[in-house]
Structure formats: structure tokens, C-alpha cells
Design a protein around this ligand. Structure first.
Ligand code: GLN
Length: 303
């Protein structure tokens, strides 16, 4: 299969589009990003790589960090994790609150904000140096020590993260947070502020496509745990657009409001796209189209 030509065709087709969506405005630092950035990076499980466009530029991975935090928490807590979180799609935006109140402080899943805040709390209780250890985990997965947090982005979000404060306070009121609201959110905002390129992201998620074994051959999670996380990505990775992503693309995946998306086909490939313009549901507009075209042209999806 001529992957390079396929990626270049997709990039070319979509760059010509006038409507590129809108960059996220509610986090002031993200509003400054140039909407014309667009990159794609394909990492085959056999080690081959193909790429096009701005695949080496760093961007804010935002909610894409939730899959790494989930993987780390699952490796620490095992199935006890599911006492504090459910695994059902929410059918609601990432920062939705009322379900949390109705369901007694048990977030619908770990990939919406309230769920990721519970995961942050668990990591805060279990990691010696939470920020440093989490960063090292990501660096290890991507085999790249240059990866870092962006403190400006973390601070920017702290100032305007009113809905995350609301979610964390609700969780605390239902006794589903062990640590202080302020400490948990500080760690959560740092995770969201991680800056990575499409190339680094596609490599870091390699282990989700390879039964828990990263590109350096280290086993991070069992096959059964990876199967479960991939199932959660398929059903919950795109909030109230998870059905649409499964319908159009047919892969487990995860988006972030920085405009990044990762997706994967177990035993076959991982892929990362970045285009900062978002659609109305907060997912990258061109990224969704690029992945739809990729699975259609290559005829490769879990279905
Ligand atoms: N940091 C963002 C928030 O908490 C992440 C949201 C996202 O990427 N969907 O609102």
C-alpha cells in the first residue's frame, strides 16, 4: 500500500477547504494558535513511518492526555478503578456536569473531564512525584526526553477552568476525591498542557495498538487491559460525537481541544493528526475528515 501518497492526497484535499473549524477560545493560550497548521503521522506496528505537513510541530495535547493517565492509573489500581468510574458513553459534551450530580459523583467514563479528574486524584495519591513521574511515563512511551509541559497553557486554563472546578467540587462532595480540589486540578491542568507533535503522539500510543508493548519492546499493560482501554476510546473518545467517529472512521481514538486526534487499528497502525480548528462538538474538523478518508482509502478499520 502506498501510504505516503494516500497521506499526501488527504492533506492536499483538506488544505484546500475554506471551513477549517474554530480554534478553542475558552483557554486563552489556545486561542493564539494558527488555524492553518495541519499534520498527519502514521506509525505502523511493524516500525514503518509515513508523514505529511506539520507533523513535527508541537501542540497542546489537552484531552488526548486522558488516555495516558488512564493507562497509568489502570496499571496501578487494576479493576478497583471501576469502583470510582463507569465505562458508559456520556452522550454529552466533555465538560458536562448534570449527569455527575444525578449519578452520585461517579463519572460516566474516564475520558470526559470529570472522569479524568478522578484519575488525576488517583495518580496524585499513588505517584511519588506526580508531575515528574507522569512526564517520565510519557517520555518513556514516546522514547523522547524532549517532551514537556507548557506552564503558560496550564496557568491559562487554571484561570478559566470554572467548569472543571465545578466538576471537582461535585466529585469532592460525593467523596470521590481523596485530595484537595486545588491540588487535583493543578495536576489535571498540567497533564492537559503537555506539548507533543503528531510524530511523538503516534509513537507514544504505539502500545495501545500492540497489546501493551511500546515501540521499545517494554510491556506496560496486559492485553486484556489494552482491549478495555481501546473499547473505552471507541465508545467515549469523542464525547457526544463518539458515534459519529465510529460511523465515519471506525477506529478507537481520542481527541483534544488543541486540535489533535490519535486513532489506532490493533496489530496494524497508530495515527495522529493535528489541525487546531474544531467542529461544534470540540473535535478537530479536518482531523475527523482526514481519518475518515484514511480508513476509506486504505479499507482498514476495526469493522
Ligand atoms: N483541558 C481541557 C479542559 O479541561 C481539555 C478538554 C478537551 O481537550 N476536550 O477543558
Amino acid at each position: 500500500m502506498d501510504y505516503q501518497t494516500i497521506l499526501e492526497d488527504i492533506h492536499h484535499n483538506l488544505t484546500a477547504r475554506k471551513d477549517k473549524g474554530k480554534v478553542a477560545l475558552y483557554i486563552p493560550e489556545l486561542a493564539k494558535v494558527n488555524i492553518d497548521n495541519f499534520g498527519i503521522y502514521l506509525n505502523l506496528i511493524n516500525g514503518e513511518n509515513y508523514a505529511v505537513g506539520d507533523y513535527n510541530k508541537l501542540f497542546s495535547i489537552q484531552s488526548t492526555s486522558k488516555i495516558f493517565a488512564l493507562a497509568k492509573a489502570f496499571s496501578i489500581a487494576g479493576n478497583d478503578l471501576w469502583k470510582r468510574l463507569d465505562v458508559e458513553p456520556s452522550g454529552n459534551p466533555f465538560n458536562h456536569l448534570s449527569l455527575l450530580e444525578q449519578e452520585n459523583g461517579i463519572p460516566r467514563n474516564p475520558l470526559i473531564n470529570s472522569g479524568a479528574i478522578v484519575i488525576s486524584d488517583l495518580l496524585l495519591s499513588n505517584l511519588k512525584n506526580p508531575k515528574k513521574d507522569f512526564l517520565n511515563y510519557i517520555r518513556d512511551l514516546a522514547n523522547d526526553d524532549s517532551i514537556n509541559y507548557n506552564e503558560e497553557v496550564a496557568k491559562s486554563e487554571k484561570k478559566t477552568g470554572f467548569r472543571n472546578y465545578a466538576a471537582a467540587n461535585l466529585l469532592k462532595s460525593f467523596s470521590n476525591l481523596e485530595n484537595n480540589v486545588e491540588d487535583v486540578l493543578d495536576f489535571y491542568f498540567y497533564q492537559c498542557s503537555l506539548e507533543m507533535s503528531c510524530a511523538q503522539l503516534a509513537k507514544a500510543v504505539h502500545f495501545f495498538g500492540n497489546h501493551g508493548v511500546c515501540s521499545q519492546g517494554k510491556k506496560h499493560l496486559s492485553s486484556s487491559q489494552i482491549k478495555r482501554i481501546n473499547a473505552i476510546m471507541l465508545t467515549c473518545g469523542f464525547y457526544d460525537e463518539a458515534g459519529e467517529f465510529a460511523f465515519e472512521v471506525g477506529l478507537p481514538g481520542k481527541s483534544g481541544v488543541g486540535g489533535g486526534i490519535i486513532a489506532l487499528l490493533p496489530n496494524d497502525f497508530t495515527i495522529a493528526t493535528w489541525s487546531p480548528g474544531l467542529n461544534a462538538k470540540g473535535n478537530s474538523l479536518l482531523g475527523m475528515h482526514a481519518l475518515e478518508q484514511f480508513t476509506t482509502k486504505t479499507k482498514r478499520s476495526i469493522f
